[in-house]
Ligand binder design. Structure first.
Ligand code: ADP
Ligand code: MG
Length: 469
């Protein structure tokens, strides 16, 4: 694009910018992340209009960098070269381009927005005009069970043609459990049904960055009309704008406008709307006005099923069942970690020419398997929970039913279910010989309360961190 040339002169500006971006990343990301993931990034020659093309040596690192650093890279570039409008992160392979992320069918000409009151040359065009949807994040590739069914069905409903049945859809879960996957799946599905649909996907961080940038350029008009023009707006990781007052205010107006226009809005966050600290009550209630769905931690069976599903996409890889069982049993923190472990195994096996078996898996993944192996016991849980609520450990086992004791007891049961492999009857026995239905009730109750009660949710988080840490 002409203005890119004008703005940057030659590609050497991009090269210089890239040096600085790298230096900044080395500082901010930490040595480990930088060495492992960011250092291998290469700049593909600069003749790609206003897009900076980056490449990595394998699909595995490409995905990782894309998931964790795409927005960040763009922000860093734009801080140095404002004319950069998007980046692509590709895999350098023999076959050209399969891993390029930008899904293009919707890509409208940059002039999609309503006519700007400013002369065209002065308009800082939005940095990403096309949705950067991860091609792997489709509904077909999402494995469903009771932990994520509600979120999955809600996402499907959001993608149905016609007027949306609800809006916004608010998805929340811990990290690496499928929120972004579902959001992108909605995007793919909407585009498949209607190739002309305008789909806009952005992280909340990105929203904030663009908004601040627009304010600085005294052109929030373009920013707003771009958002308003989206048929589907996906805002990921909302927790990042919590507490940022002016951005939050802008976000609120955007939400209202998008919804007033009958458009689809999907928001994700790492916690439920009520638990977002520093977010005003009216915003919370607006976001909770559609459908709020959470994704719970996956049980071993789902983790195993996801590995099976992943193997379908790795037809060349040979990973025996017992190794998959091992991964599914040992890695429970998140699906992202689970996938990461599988990818690492397969990549190392290919590089070393070795066969994947239990020994190879243990040798390759040693740390992550051991780390995850740390078993939390019910005794530890009881000790910690009673200390936290200033009770005697025996209180949790006693028959006493006062709220001050019953609630912590339910939390302890919930943690026992979540963090240990004990069965419901076993957990019941450990809590003074209670019935397994009491345990089920406790687990459901705490799940429900975590959605509604910020204090309880906070306490559970603190306890989990201590137990798992
Ligand atoms: P989040 O946005 O909640 O942090 P992601 O959506 O990025 O998590 O998911 C992390 C990884 O796990 C992605 O590669 C995603 O495809 C995968 N994943 C998560 N849940 C599922 C699932 N139910 N089935 C298949 N893959 C999943
Ligand atoms: Mg995500």
């Amino acid at each position: 694009m002409g203005d890119w040339q004008a703005a940057t002169g030659q590609g050497s500006d991009v090269v210089r910018a890239w040096d600085r971006v790298r230096a900044n990343l080395r500082e901010s990301a930490g040595v480990r992340v930088f060495e492992q993931w960011l250092k291998p990034i290469e700049l593909v020659d600069g003749e790609a209009g206003d897009t900076v093309r980056l490449a990595l040596p394998s699909a595995f690192v490409t995905n990782w960098v894309r998931n964790h650093y795409a927005d960040r890279l763009l922000m860093e570039f734009r801080a140095i070269l404002p004319a950069v409008r998007s980046i692509t992160i590709e895999t350098r392979t023999a076959r050209p381009a399969p891993a390029v992320l930008a899904v293009d069918p919707v890509a409208p000409a940059p002039a999609v927005v309503e006519p700007s009151p400013k002369p065209a040359a002065a308009v800082v065009l939005p940095a990403v005009e096309r949705p950067v949807l991860d091609a792997r994040f489709t509904f077909e590739r999402f494995v469903v069970d009771s932990s994520n069914r509600v979120a999955f069905n809600a996402a499907r409903a959001m993608a149905e043609p016609g007027a949306p049945r609800f809006s916004p859809l608010f998805l929340h879960s811990g990290t690496g459990l499928g929120k972004t996957h579902l959001m992108h799946a909605i995007g793919h599905s909407v585009i498949a049904a209607n190739p002309g649909a305008r789909v806009l996907a952005m992280s909340a961080e990105r929203f904030m960055f663009d908004f601040v940038q627009a304010m600085r350029n005294r052109d929030t008009f373009t920013f707003k009309s771009r958002l308003r023009s989206a048929d589907l707006l996906l805002v990921d990781d909302l927790q990042f704008i919590a507490g940022k007052d002016s951005t939050q205010e802008e976000f609120f107006h955007t939400v209202n406008e998008v919804m007033a226009a009958g458009k689809r809005l999907v928001i994700s966050a790492d916690r439920c709307p009520q638990a977002l600290d520093g977010v005003e009550a009216r915003i919370v209630s607006r976001m909770g006005a559609g459908l709020v769905a959470d994704i719970k931690s996956p049980e071993a069976a789902l983790r195993r099923a996801i590995l099976d599903r992943k193997m379908v996409d790795l037809p060349d890889a040979q990973v025996p069942e017992d190794v998959l069982d091992l991964l599914a049993n040992r890695i429970h923190a998140s699906i992202r970690e689970l996938e990461g472990a599988l990818n690492r195994l397969v990549a190392y096996a290919q590089l070393s020419g070795e066969r994947v078996d239990l020994g190879f898996a243990q040798a390759t993944l040693g740390d992550s398997l051991r780390g995850a192996q740390r078993r939390v016991t019910i005794d530890e849980i009881q000790k910690l929970v009673s200390a936290h609520f200033e009770l005697k450990p025996l209180d949790l086992i006693s028959a006493r039913r006062s709220r001050a004791i019953a609630r912590p007891r339910q939390i302890a049961m919930y943690l026992a279910k979540r963090l240990t492999t004990r069965s419901l009857p076993e957990i019941g026995r450990k809590f003074g010989g209670r019935d397994h239905s009491t345990v089920i009730h406790a687990v459901r109750k705490i799940e429900e309360l975590r959605d509604q009660d910020r204090e309880i949710d906070g306490a559970v988080r603190v306890l989990m961190r201590e137990l798992e840490g």
